[in-house]
Design a protein around this ligand. Structure first.
Ligand code: HEC
Ligand code: HEC
Length: 479
């Protein structure tokens, strides 16, 4: 079903990367400029902050004639306006700022419908546009407008929207685009799972419930064309099918690290081509014992850099050896650094365990992929009132039955189910290719991978050392 392509000569690729890196170092170009460049002759590999990101696609090329790249609506946007290869198939604030500067805010991405802080914001001149599109420019956030569901167990009792728009009819939820790659392993589509059209079934033979996944992704694409692209009617099934085919055949991962070198050398398993062959089925390695094969959960969900785990001094003498050792240590920490998981709705309440003694891999359990292998909407506290920044709306929700009150910047899954218990629940995304797609979390609240680690450190009182933090960052940067 999925093409397995052999990567071009590894040495050639590494050489090209080194030459381009040297050239870039000499010219002092900024990261944003660098990310636009591609090593000559290898359109599947793009530079990012920590090295090179690789996308594997059928026939070794990105088919730019696919409707994914065509404006199918009325505002000039395509899927590619927000899903860019070089940015891990999401979009970076860096590029958005460049597009704004180049066009004075006239690039199609700057559209009132969901690019602005409010769909009725003033965009009459460039200064007004700069404020109207502030969330895109600062954190790459789109405004997802959703109504409180009709039979919700809660009502919106207070709105504090700095942009004066949100109401029960339409909450403004500022969210990052998710990557439109590595899709075959999704267990929930969208941050709140709202495009998971039918529950994905455990494996029959192929391991992935491709049929329901396709139905979900087709629905997602149709809604993106009607919504983001403002089409009057959605295109027919043939066009939608082409888009879904295209994105389902993309695999993306970091392939080369600036210091550690090629991430698939010396028995390491980085890069998109190896990733494309990853074994997976719905429920694989489930933390809560729901793997349909009956296998118990193995906390070593990531085993890409096992063989770089060589603690000998000799191995670490050179910068490359040290960088490799750091990545391998980071992987071990990801798998086994103890985290006392508490207060996570969807996990602690469901299991009845006030504290779960786990690690990063308890939630990021899909082997070498890093999402949860079954849909697991959970609330890790990112939308809590105490983390609210002044540029985010804050919503006060009151439970219709109990009168209890909760404040949140984004009710997440509760906006779909109407359930009180689902407030603040989101999915954990696939972690491959994560280096290229800052900022992180649904609300872009972590500017860097270091900020992601700091969030976990404070949220779960881990008390990591500086070394542990930088090892984890080195590992995430190599995914
Ligand atoms: C204006 C920006 C924008 C455009 C245009 C856009 N998207 Fe997205 N995309 C997003 C955002 C934002 C999300 C996450 C929204 C959420 O979860 O609430 C997203 C989510 C997705 C996801 C979900 C991935 C996952 O892990 O669940 C897929 C797939 C996707 N988009 C594909 C497409 C396709 C195909 C098109 C074109 C038909 C498209 N997008 C057009 C911004 C955009
Ligand atoms: C209790 C479950 C849980 C644990 C433990 C956990 N994560 Fe997460 N992770 C999530 C969820 C859920 C999200 C998405 C949250 C959101 O954005 O609302 C996430 C998001 C992320 C992201 C951002 C991905 C992106 O595309 O924005 C990274 C990186 C990440 N986690 C790494 C880690 C690391 C490293 C650890 C261990 C230190 C860890 N996680 C521990 C559940 C967890």
């Amino acid at each position: 079903m999925f093409d397995r392509r052999i990567s071009r000569s590894a040495t050639c690729q590494r050489l090209t990367a080194t030459i381009v890196a040297l050239l870039l170092a000499g010219t002092g170009v900024t990261h944003a400029q660098q990310a636009d460049r591609q090593p000559p002759g290898n359109p599947l590999t793009t530079a990012d902050l920590s090295g090179w990101l690789q996308t594997s696609a059928p026939n070794g090329r990105i088919d730019a004639s696919n409707p994914f790249f065509q404006g199918l609506g009325s505002n000039g946007r395509s899927c590619n306006s927000c899903h860019r290869q070089a940015q891990g198939w999401t979009i970076s604030p860096d590029e958005l700022r460049q597009r704004f500067a180049r066009t004075n805010g006239a690039d199609p991405i700057f559209a009132l419908v969901d690019g602005a802080v409010s769909p009725v914001a003033d965009v009459s001149n460039v200064y007004a546009r700069r404020s109207a599109y502030a969330m895109l420019l600062s954190r790459g956030l789109l405004r997802i407008g959703l109504p409180i569901p009709a039979n919700a167990e809660f009502r919106l009792s207070k709105v504090d929207d700095p942009y004066g728009y949100a109401s029960t009819r339409e909450l403004s939820l500022f969210r990052r685009p998710l990557p439109s790659t590595n899709l075959v392993w999704l267990t929930a589509v969208m941050w709140d799972g709202r495009e998971t059209f039918a529950p994905f079934k455990p494996p029959m033979d192929a391991g992935i419930d491709l049929e329901n996944l396709r139905v979900s992704l087709a629905s997602q694409a149709r809604h993106a064309i009607l919504g983001h692209e403002q089409a009057a009617t959605a295109p027919g099934d043939a066009v939608i099918g082409q888009i879904v085919d295209f994105e389902m055949h993309l695999f993306t991962a970091q392939v080369d690290d600036n210091t550690a070198g090629q991430l698939n050398s010396d028995n390491a398993m980085g890069g998109a081509n190896i990733l494309a062959q990853q074994r997976f089925w719905i429920g694989i390695n489930d933390t809560l014992g729901n793997d349909p094969t009956g296998d118990a959960f193995d906390e070593k969900s990531m085993r890409l850099f096992d063989d770089w785990n060589d603690p000998t001094a000799q191995f670490r003498r050179d910068p490359r050896g040290r960088a490799r050792a750091a990545i391998a240590r980071g992987e071990q920490l990801f798998n086994s650094m103890p985290i006392a998981i508490s207060g996570v709705a969807g996990l602690n309440d469901v299991t009845g365990l006030p504290v779960i003694h786990g690690s990063c891999s308890s939630c990021h359990n899909s082997p070498n992929i890093g999402n949860h292998s079954m849909a697991l909407p959970i609330n890790i506290g990112l939308a809590d009132a105490n983390r609210r920044t002044a540029d985010m709306p804050l919503y006060t929700l009151t439970n219709q039955a109990t009168g209890k009150v909760v404040q949140t910047t984004d009710p997440g899954l509760a906006m779909i189910t109407g359930k009180w218990a689902d407030i603040g629940k989101f999915k954990g995304p696939i972690l491959r290719g994560v280096a290229a797609r800052a900022p992180y979390f649904h609300n872009g609240s972590a500017a860097t991978l270091g900020d992601v680690i700091d969030f976990y450190d404070t949220r779960f009182n881990i008390h990591m050392s500086g070394q542990q933090k930088s090892d984890l960052v080195a590992f995430l940067s190599a995914l």
